[in-house]
Design a protein around this ligand. Structure first.
Ligand code: MRU
Length: 349
């Protein structure tokens, strides 16, 4: 029996499956299940059963390995055609998180490099790459946590938005990693978690994983951030990212840019914690980042016994917004702390 062993996603190589925790069932129950087909995997991503930019990327890499292992193709060309059609389907599942595109391209590079070898060797190489991407995510997030914990050495409490914790990655998370690493180092940082309308990733997921880890957690409604900042309750804001443009403009969960404006007003440092796989070096600035629009019913119906808004009222549901680079104090990455204007210097590293 495969065990996730504290990870959010895993690769069950014995049964050839992507294994995930169904995040739509949290915090009520921790349901773990296996996904084997492209349909199942794409649906799970669309329905946010698995979510968070790094987690989506890692899952896509495992998905490619799982689907390739099941391939009956008997020539490189048909194998590559199958891969390309899975690539397109997976990529279309969610448009904003660039980690999905990054991970699929990492897998594509493996196939292209192995051209000419027996298909079994290519499949083995894809399995190895998927596991490498999974393990690298753990190491990367831990490194983000170490840099962040050092930076936050004088901070007792932070505010975070959405869920950029272990549930959005494999372990540790990005924005919550400094909190976890600080705890490992014997220092406790209190976390204020925005509930994060409309899908409540903060209230359901961030609060779930932090309290499970014994971290002092307070959930606030999204419209309470200004109050919390004005009262001096937080020393920093930590958020994740779905796509960072070359100039430092950053797409993250809807509501993030408003927080950045508030933090700027109250002179509270605003940190974006993200791995380099979230930087889109081909994207010049935030206006070029595609923003996913989701169903209106997530606002009008999802959390209520009956429809909450009048039938004739429409609801606007962009899943992400873009924070101007000028509002970001620094990026906390696995390679260290960078100011927005330093990002472009890393393009060729
Ligand atoms: O729609 P979601 O829940 O996938 O949105 C997630 C976020 O916006 C996260 O902050 C982001 O992906 C970074 S996760 C480390």
């Amino acid at each position: 029996m495969f065990s996730l062993n504290g990870q959010t996603v895993g690769f069950d190589t014995e049964n050839n499956a992507l294994v995930i925790i169904d995040q739509t069932r949290l915090p009520d129950e921790e349901v773990i299940f296996s996904l084997k087909t492209a349909d199942e995997i794409v649906t799970a991503i669309k329905e946010l059963k698995l979510r968070g930019a790094p987690c989506i990327g890692v899952s896509a890499a495992i998905a490619v390995a799982v689907l390739s292992n099941d391939s009956r193709a008997d020539s490189f060309d048909s194998f590559f055609n199958e891969f390309n059609s899975n690539y397109d389907r997976l990529l279309s599942a969610r448009p904003t998180a660039v980690n999905l595109y990054w991970a699929l391209n990492e897998m594509k590079k493996v196939i292209v490099t192995c051209k000419g070898e027996p298909l079994d060797n290519i499949k083995k190489a894809l399995n190895i790459k998927a596991l490498e991407i999974l393990n690298n995510d753990i190491a990367t997030c831990k490194a983000i946590g170490k840099h962040g914990a050092e930076l936050l050495s004088g901070v007792d409490a932070v505010l975070t938005h959405c869920n950029a914790g272990r549930l959005a990655c494999v372990r540790y998370g990005t924005a919550l990693s400094p909190v976890y690493v600080a705890k490992e180092q014997g220092k406790s940082i209190k976390v204020y978690a925005d509930e994060t309308r409309p899908l409540l990733q903060g209230a359901r997921l961030t609060a779930y994983e932090l309290t499970k880890a014994g971290i002092d957690t307070t959930v606030i409604c999204d419209n309470m951030a200004s109050y919390v900042m004005k009262q001096g309750l937080v020393g920093a804001v930590l958020v994740g990212a779905d796509r960072i443009a070359l100039n430092g403009d950053t797409a993250n969960k809807i509501g993030t840019s408003g927080l950045a404006v508030l933090a700027n007003y109250y002179k509270i440092p605003f940190y974006v914690c993200a791995p380099f796989s979230t930087v889109d070096f081909d994207c010049e600035n935030g206006s070029k980042i595609p923003i996913e629009m989701r169903n209106e019913t997530e606002i009008s119906e999802m959390w209520y016994k009956s429809r909450m808004t009048p039938e004739k009222a429409r609801a606007l549901n962009p899943a992400f917004d873009v924070t101007d680079a000028s509002l970001i104090t620094a990026f906390i990455t696995e390679k260290g702390i960078l100011r927005p204007e330093q990002l472009k210097l890393c393009k060729d590293i």
